[in-house]
Design a protein. Structure first.
Length: 490
């Protein structure tokens, strides 16, 4: 490959070619301003969890703000045989749409719109690929981190994944996603710098190997660092690693802050119990035991069950790559389109698989909090202009099994989609990362424990309002009865 770097490279071409092909069709047919509404959602929770943690908006904002076709983008499209008149149009193009989104850190569920994009159909179409790319990944990693943090049960979890992540962007934005869900720090210094995440790090086996013996290595490290966590498993944890660490700590006295030791191999339960005793016997009851080595939610849970004396969990590969489910599967679907009369019409995609039939109409999602219990009764997905917050009581029913229903009184309805861009203008006040992290806890506290547990969680109700349900059924009926060969009103 001759040249993979362009000085004016942009994210405008970070899209699938078919999006630009469709843009050209709309444009040549004079439909480039036809108003459309697309919604991003996923169909099932990952990792057997009962929820996800929404993440990715920060990068979406950055992407939309800088979205223009640069000279090299246009030159490249020219090489694909796009014609000059269309290229002239793209050169001057800027995003003109309205984007509404969940807040980052919001607890989210399957089959509700997390992002809604409304505007000229061309604009909505172009950004599909990139925003799915960002939100699918970041939400997935934030959710995997939430699972691991839950299992760690209040113990600090450190993010160690940069070396195993799917390349640089995944390491960087993945670290940010894990921090949103309560991971305590990252070993990735660039992620720490860029996002203000606490950086943390111990040292590797290479240090011991370089000095050949543990005593020399620990001593050298202690002479050059105040905060010390010694990696004690290079040769023999019990007989060499820990005694050498203790020897150095005793020699250095107040010159260092002995934080603890790290175990990175072997039976972490057995070793941690023995190491705990060794440290306690030497008078270091406050020294922490860090553990790492291919940890995930299952090994952490098992180690805790075995009574392992581990205080801090270093987790890399299995968190940053979402090892057991590498994709969220979020989709971006057209739900409403402007007709010839200028009005917005509901639209959907029919399919034999009823679970995949999209829910038409521009929507708003409301979280229904019971004022007595302070816990959520479920999410009510409504037509965008419905106002459940002004109702005295709310009828909520299962969107497929409608006999499962309830009437909720004394509730507060909180809208979850917020304006981020309006007609191309940025109108949002994106919180800082600490605020997002704190918000994740608040959002989580609205839910019953039953939905949050990581094994067989109770499914959380994501219901359709009566109005939206009727619109869906009517649209299905309408599309079922269309004579597709003659013409669909579009
Ligand atoms: N007591 C335990 N119960 C359950 N799993 C454990 C326990 N102790 C360690 N593990 C996990 O078992 C796996 C051990 O993997 P592996 O055999 O590759 O490690 P190892 O024996 O330490 O070798 P290496 O030195 O190559 O890392 C790791 O995922 C580790 O987290
Ligand atoms: O196991 P993970 O969850 O992916 O966490 C990251 C791993 O990276 C390091 O090992 P590595 O063998 O790469 O280097 P080392 O020489 O420092 O042990 C570290 O010791 C962890 O085991
Ligand atoms: O700081 C550490 O201990 C660390 C960092 C990255 C990967 N493994 C361990």
């Amino acid at each position: 490959m001759e040249n993979i770097t362009y000085s004016d490279d942009s994210l405008a071409l970070h899209t699938d070619l078919y999006e630009i092909n469709m843009m050209e069709t709309y444009w040549r047919q004079g439909k480039e301003k036809k108003r459309a509404v697309f919604e991003l959602y996923y169909r099932s929770e990952p990792f057997g969890m009962g929820y996800t943690v929404f993440a990715g908006l920060e990068r979406v904002i950055e992407y939309i703000k800088g979205l223009t076709f640069t000279e090299s983008d246009i030159a490249y499209l020219r090489s694909l045989n796009f014609k000059e008149d269309f290229l002239d149009y793209l050169s001057a193009w800027k995003f003109r749409g309205t984007i509404r989104s969940f807040k980052e850190g919001e607890i989210a569920f399957a089959n509700e719109p997390l992002i809604q994009v409304e505007g000229p159909i061309m604009d909505c179409q172009l950004i599909e690929t990139a925003i799915l790319n960002m939100v699918n990944f970041q939400t997935l990693i934030a959710t995997k981190a939430a699972q691991i943090v839950t299992v760690a049960g209040g113990d600090p979890v450190l993010e160690f994944g940069a070396r195993r992540a799917q390349e640089l962007d995944a390491a960087l934005w993945g670290a940010r996603s894990t921090y949103i869900s309560g991971v305590g720090s990252t070993s990735n210094v660039r992620a720490a710098k860029c996002f203000g995440i606490p950086a943390s790090g111990t040292h590797a086996h290479a240090l011991i190997q370089a000095y050949r013996n543990e005593y020399e290595a620990f001593k050298a490290y202690a002479e050059t660092h105040e905060d010390c966590v010694f990696l004690v498993d290079t040769y023999d944890t019990i007989h060499s690693g820990v005694p050498n660490a203790i020897k150095v700590v005793e020699e250095m006295g107040d010159k260092i802050n002995f934080i603890g030791v790290r175990l990175d191999s072997g039976d972490l339960s057995y070793l941690s119990k023995n190491v705990r005793k060794q440290l306690d016997d030497a008078g270091y009851e406050d020294a922490l035991i860090f553990a790492s080595n291919d940890l995930n939610e299952e090994t952490i849970m098992n180690l805790k069950m075995q009574g392992a004396k581990i205080d801090v969990w270093g987790v890399g590969t299995k968190m940053i790559t979402a090892y057991d489910q590498p994709a969220l599967g979020g989709v971006y679907k057209l739900v409403a389109i402007e007709g010839e009369d200028g009005k917005l019409y509901d639209t959907l995609k029919l399919t034999a698989n009823v679970d995949k039939i999209t829910t038409p109409a521009k929507k708003q999602v409301w979280r229904i909090i019971n004022n007595e219990t302070k816990k959520s009764e479920g999410d009510q997905v409504c037509v965008h202009d419905e106002r459940p917050d002004l109702e005295e009581e709310l009828f909520m029913f299962h969107p497929k099994h409608t006999y499962i229903n309830k009437t909720v009184k004394n509730f507060t309805a909180r809208p979850l989609l917020h304006d981020v861009f309006v007609d191309g203008q940025y109108v949002y006040d994106q919180p800082g990362l600490e605020e997002i992290r704190a918000y994740r806890e608040i959002s989580q506290s609205d839910l019953w424990e039953e939905h949050l547990r990581i094994l067989n969680p109770e499914p959380y109700p994501v219901d359709l309002s009566q109005k939206l349900y009727d619109r869906k059924i009517n649209t299905i009926e309408k599309y079922k009865n269309i004579d597709y060969v003659s013409n669909v009103d579009f």
